[in-house]
Design a protein around this ligand. Structure first.
Ligand code: GDP
Length: 456
């Protein structure tokens, strides 16, 4: 654990210049820092007009609002002060510099405010993750899921399960400890096992969401694939450009795959442009093809683009390796096809592998229907996520381990070995405790807080 005597401060609002900048101060010296900077301490939780001065020479730096949140009823559980200043580089630099010269104050590390909130029991670990997701949320559906998690959707449930497991374990242990005493009921183990069976079913239901809560964090993966020159990049650009809500176009992790994040009807979609899939002899190209195939094979949906104007084999066959994903065949370059009779087929279901569209990525023909079908696909895919509580692989692992421990307890139950049942129930409760951060989580904290920014 970090030493708790230090007072930390940081710019908590976005990058300057901006209209307003928020500087937060947290820790035992927050009060005196506020007194030094603005000459007084405002009423708790009430905004007060304040002149901020450099304590070293009395020079006025800025005028803004000051707030005082005495612990433990503050966001971090410790004394906190907040200054709302004009958001210019020089103003912020002067205030941060003045704070750095105050005894006991130092700049905060990334995520340190939230880490203190966790250490002081203001947030459990799943809420910390929800907060990180809320800050990262790019679409309304992601925002809703993150907010639910921040407010305890999985954390409260896991804590309730843990309490019930501890009670069940206590019943079994009572049976062991007082086995010989006449006034202890014979049957404590069966009620415990009954509760365990019910809990196991509840946790298994939460796990049976086919990973949609996790997928909502990253986006539905749609890969654009097909032979070279079919028009994949042109299609990607058109999809990216016509969707006003693109959030963060950026180059992919390899130079062979370009990723674009789209917001389709509020749902996140990650569009991948894979390098032209073909078997070349150049080893570098082969590596690109291999990566492209790998990404396409892991996609939820593949838009297999072919040049409809090309004749015969040049149109390309759907790659066998991507046959596991849903595949829509996109006949592109419709403008070059003299006989335009090959318009979209009747089939709309995305379970049907025969979905085909005819478009011209160059002039935009057929794009409305394609975009509408993609939006419907995303909506259908995510329709069950409103109830999903598992949003990270970490949660899934913890719940799976819990279920395994409960299964062991139930099978011990059949053989009547009470010590072993109690041990398995304790193990299951510990696993749930790690999920919310109640027990023994030092090792995973750094991983979780790594994603946070300074000032949060
Ligand atoms: P990729 O290799 O599959 O990414 O293909 P590109 O998007 O780079 O396109 C290959 C060539 O086909 C480029 O010259 C494009 O301008 C052209 N192209 C793409 N889509 C269309 C289309 O719908 N109609 C026509 N006429 N040309 C297109």
């Amino acid at each position: 654990m970090m030493p708790r005597c230090e007072t930390i401060f940081a710019l908590s609002s976005g990058r300057p210049p901006a209209a307003i900048a928020v500087v937060r101060i947290c820790g035992p010296s927050a009060r005196s820092a506020l007194e030094k900077l603005i000459g007084r301490v405002p009423q708790p939780r009430q905004a007060a007009l304040a002149r901020v001065r450099n304590p070293a020479n009395g020079e006025m730096i800025d005028e803004g609002l000051a707030l005082w949140f005495p612990g433990p009823r503050s966001e971090t559980g410790e004394d906190m002060a907040e200054l709302q200043l004009h958001g210019g580089h020089a103003v912020i630099a002067a205030v941060l510099d003045a704070l750095g010269r105050i005894e006991g104050c130092r700049p905060a590390e990334a995520g340190e405010f939230t880490r203190r909130a966790f250490a002081n029991g203001r947030l459990d670990l799943t809420a910390v993750e929800g907060l990180a997701d809320l800050i990262a949320a790019e679409t309304p559906a992601q925002r809703r899921q993150a907010f639910r998690q921040l407010k305890g959707l999985i954390g409260d449930r896991a804590e309730a399960w843990r309490q019930q497991l501890i009670e069940a374990a206590a019943l079994v242990e009572a049976r062991i400890d007082f086995a010989d005493e006449a006034d202890v009921p014979e049957d404590l183990v069966n009620p415990a096992l009954h509760a365990v069976r019910r809990l196991r079913a509840e946790i298994a239901t939460a796990l049976a969401d086919s990973g949609r809560g996790e997928r909502l964090r990253d986006g539905l993966v749609v890969a654009i694939a097909g032979p070279p020159n079919a028009g994949k990049s042109t299609l990607l650009n058109r999809l990216a450009r016509r969707e006003a809500a693109i959030v963060s176009p950026h180059a992919g992790t390899t130079r062979d795959v370009v990723e674009v994040h789209l917001d389709l009807d509020g749902y996140p979609v990650m569009l991948l442009d894979t390098a032209g899939i073909r078997d070349g002899t150049d080893p570098v190209e082969q590596e690109g093809v291999r990566r492209a195939r790998e990404r396409a094979a892991a996609a939820d949906l593949v838009l297999w683009v072919v040049d409809a104007s090309a004749v015969g084999g040049a149109r390309g066959e759907i790659d066998k390796n991507i046959a596991e994903s849903d595949v829509w065949e996109i006949n592109n370059k419709l403008d070059l096809v003299v006989d335009k009779l090959c318009t979209r087929s009747e089939s709309r279901s995305h379970h049907d592998r025969a979905v085909t569209f005819a478009i011209s990525a160059a002039d935009g023909t057929g794009m409305d229907a394609l975009v509408a079908a993609l939006a419907t696909y995303a909506r259908d895919y995510f329709s069950a996520t409103e109830s999903a509580i598992v949003t990270r692989a970490r949660h899934r692992r913890a719940l799976e381990e819990t279920v395994s421990a409960l299964d062991r307890a139930l099978s011990e139950g059949e053989s009547g070995r009470e010590e072993l049942i109690a041990e398995d129930l304790r193990a299951a409760a510990t696993t749930l405790g790690r999920l919310t951060g109640r027990v023994d989580v030092e090792d995973i904290l750094d991983v979780i807080f790594r994603d946070f920014c300074i000032g949060k």
